[in-house]
Write a protein that binds this ligand. Structure first.
Ligand code: PMP
Length: 283
């Protein structure tokens, strides 16, 4: 399979990563996951903008223009022949040898890699929803940076897995932030609540799209912190991310929200989201 390696598209077997690459040693890097449907990327500009924004927050210089990155990504899509799937794009701060915490000087070039995987939409799961657990948000205070050091996220996801759930809903002192790999929202009396952007959550691209859908459908969106009590009291709960789109939550711990039919606001958003995909990427 072809992959992106710095400014080129090469066979995966040709890629060499130095053991002193800062991504490998420190988790010093950023990433994006971008979905493609029907050989077209969805929300590519938004993902590229967030990639640049993450880079600037850690003073990492991306030695490519946005146009060059988009062109590389488009070439990857063509050369891999993937129809519907995900690209994982990662940039680390490159090699600092010998190992040293301090950022290396500007002459050290970052390391860019991008891999493409074929993945269909999981319409079945989207109609059934996912089970979740609730656990403490043990991560740091710069969750707005889409960085590759994901140990906090991985640990809570693993906890969810051990408890037969797909996702972990996180809270800080009783305030719901987001999930291990998605944003979360609740529906109460026809209104949608979700945590505001800021340093405690990742500003989701999927959230931008479903907020637009909610506006069109006439559902008010309230971006204010809400509590665990609000979560348990909600009419509907859904998670959102590039890979799971608008995903109903059917269970929170042992608390069953629905066992057959997800809530109607969630399903209306899911349908409208698919419509946005079809508008950008075709049917
Ligand atoms: N929060 C976290 C912690 C995530 O990992 C993700 C998925 N990358 C999201 C939210 C959703 O972001 P997006 O909609 O841009 O995929």
């Amino acid at each position: 399979m072809k992959v992106i390696w710095n400014s080129e598209i090469v066979e995966r077997s040709e890629v060499r990563i130095d053991p002193e690459d800062r991504g490998y040693q420190f988790g010093d890097g950023i990433y994006e996951v971008i979905r493609a449907y029907n050989k077209q990327y969805f929300c590519l500009d938004e993902h590229i903008d967030r990639f640049y924004s993450s880079a600037s927050k850690i003073e990492m210089h991306i030695p490519y223009s946005k146009e060059e990155l988009k062109e590389l990504l488009n070439r990857l899509l063509v050369e891999t022949g993937v129809h519907t799937g995900n690209v994982y794009l990662q940039m680390t701060r490159g090699i600092s040898s010998p190992r040293n915490h301090m950022y290396p000087d500007a002459a050290v070039l970052p390391m860019l890699t991008g891999t493409m995987t074929s993945v269909e939409r999981d319409a079945d799961q989207m109609s059934k929803g996912i089970a979740t657990i609730v656990t403490e948000d043990i991560r740091w205070l710069k969750c707005d940076i889409k960085m590759i050091s994901l140990l906090g996220n991985i640990m809570v996801k693993h906890e969810a897995h051990k408890r037969n759930a797909e996702e972990a809903i996180l809270h800080r002192d009783g305030i719901v932030t987001e999930c291990s790999s998605s944003n979360v929202a609740i529906v109460k009396d026809g209104k949608i609540w979700t945590h505001p952007d800021g340093n405690l959550i990742l500003p989701g691209i999927t959230k931008i799209v479903w907020k637009k859908c909610a506006e069109k459908l006439g559902y008010p969106v309230i971006e204010k912190p809400f509590s665990l009590d609000d979560l348990y009291d909600a009419d509907e709960v859904f998670c959102s991310s590039t890979t799971i789109e608008v995903m109903p939550v059917c269970k929170i711990g042992n608390n069953v929200l629905f066992d057959q039919v997800p809530g109607q606001v969630t399903m209306a958003l899911q349908k409208a989201y698919l419509h946005e995909i079809e508008k950008q990427c075709g049917k």
